[in-house]
Design a protein around this ligand. Structure first.
Ligand SMILES: [Zn+2]
Length: 321
């Protein structure tokens, strides 16, 4: 029988949030005794989440590494916190996510000795793919549990099952089982010769520009969604849409599918109900962003990866010619 080894999927340098640093161990998590066993094992690693924030090490650059806790560190919380089995790392050590959101900050003061809570979106570019992916996974699972305390069929309370990977309706006559959901979203770098289409939402950090994005609607392919979003937001027709790569984006529950596409022309009709602004920028203009009013998204994001890949393509083209 073949053995699935998730760690063989990893490239030498996993890209930030992309590759799971854990074997999700689907077989073990079905055991109703698993959580009990792990909660009495001093080797179990706990991955804390508090109100959408992850727990980072205080060592090195800010928000550059995950900090896990041990049973002793979290023992006062485990009776009431949501606990989710995440899987085993490459050393076969089990990781449990512990959702501390219900506790007021003062109750978490003792944890300040070990690390600091922070937003994964603001993580340092040096964060490893293992750490980034585990924290994103934990954050997404906590969000899903918080949003699914009630049955979507009958409205009754639900209870966590399969070590935190399902929730079941408490009413036997209903029996609905809820599964964690991921929302597919598309993001596309639309270019026209030496120009790229960038825009911004009004609630983004001041001056940040990025490629356009949106959610896939029911019954729609990602390619269709990408072209539709670009037309809705900027009035641009796109051709030659090509899938590039994906990235979990657990803010709160998306899977980003990254595309490139070519605009039919540079004509723009910006829909300000959808975006604050959208415009074409050359590579030379983007090179000057950091000394001007604009900046690109954090290098952790697939949006930045799409933009950087396009910038790099222009540089290698110039070098080749
Ligand atoms: Zn129900």
């Amino acid at each position: 029988m073949a053995i699935f080894d998730p760690f063989k999927l990893h490239p030498a340098n996993p890209y930030h949030l992309d590759y799971s640093g854990l074997d999700r161990d689907d077989v073990s998590r079905k055991s109703p005794r698993l959580l009990g066993k792990l909660l009495s094992n001093p080797k179990t690693k706990f991955v804390p989440v508090w109100r959408s924030q992850n727990f980072f090490s205080k060592q090195g650059r800010p928000l550059s590494a995950m900090r896990v806790l041990n049973l002793k560190n979290v023992s006062r919380f485990i009776d009431t916190a949501e606990i989710i089995y995440l899987g085993r790392d490459r050393n076969q050590e089990a990781h449990l996510c512990i959702d501390l959101s219900q506790f007021e900050p003062v109750m978490l003061d003792p944890l300040n000795n070990f690390g600091v809570f922070g937003d994964l979106r603001q993580a340092d570019i040096s964060i490893s793919g293992d750490d980034g992916s585990i924290m994103g996974y934990a954050r997404a699972m906590c969000h899903w549990h918080q949003q699914n305390k009630h049955c979507s069929s009958c409205g009754s309370n639900t209870v966590s099952a399969d070590s935190g990977h399902h929730r079941k309706c408490k009413k036997n006559y209903c029996g609905t089982i809820l599964f964690p959901r991921t929302d597919p979203a598309v993001i596309i770098a639309v270019t026209f010769e030496n120009q790229i289409l960038l825009g911004r939402q009004s609630d983004w950090p001041k001056g940040m520009l990025s490629v356009l994005a949106g959610f896939v609607e029911p019954g729609e392919t990602p390619e269709h969604a990408a072209a539709r979003e670009v037309f809705e937001e900027a009035g641009v027709l796109t051709k030659n849409i090509v899938y590039q790569y994906s990235q979990p984006w657990p803010f709160p529950a998306s899977l980003m599918l990254g595309f490139t596409g070519e605009a039919e022309s540079t004509d723009l009709t910006v829909n300000t109900d959808e975006v604050e602004m959208a415009a074409w920028f050359t590579r030379e203009e983007i090179d000057l962003f950091d000394v001007g009013d604009f900046h690109l998204p954090n290098k952790l994001s697939i949006s930045r990866r799409l933009i950087d890949d396009w910038l790099l393509k222009g540089k290698s083209h110039n070098t080749a010619t």
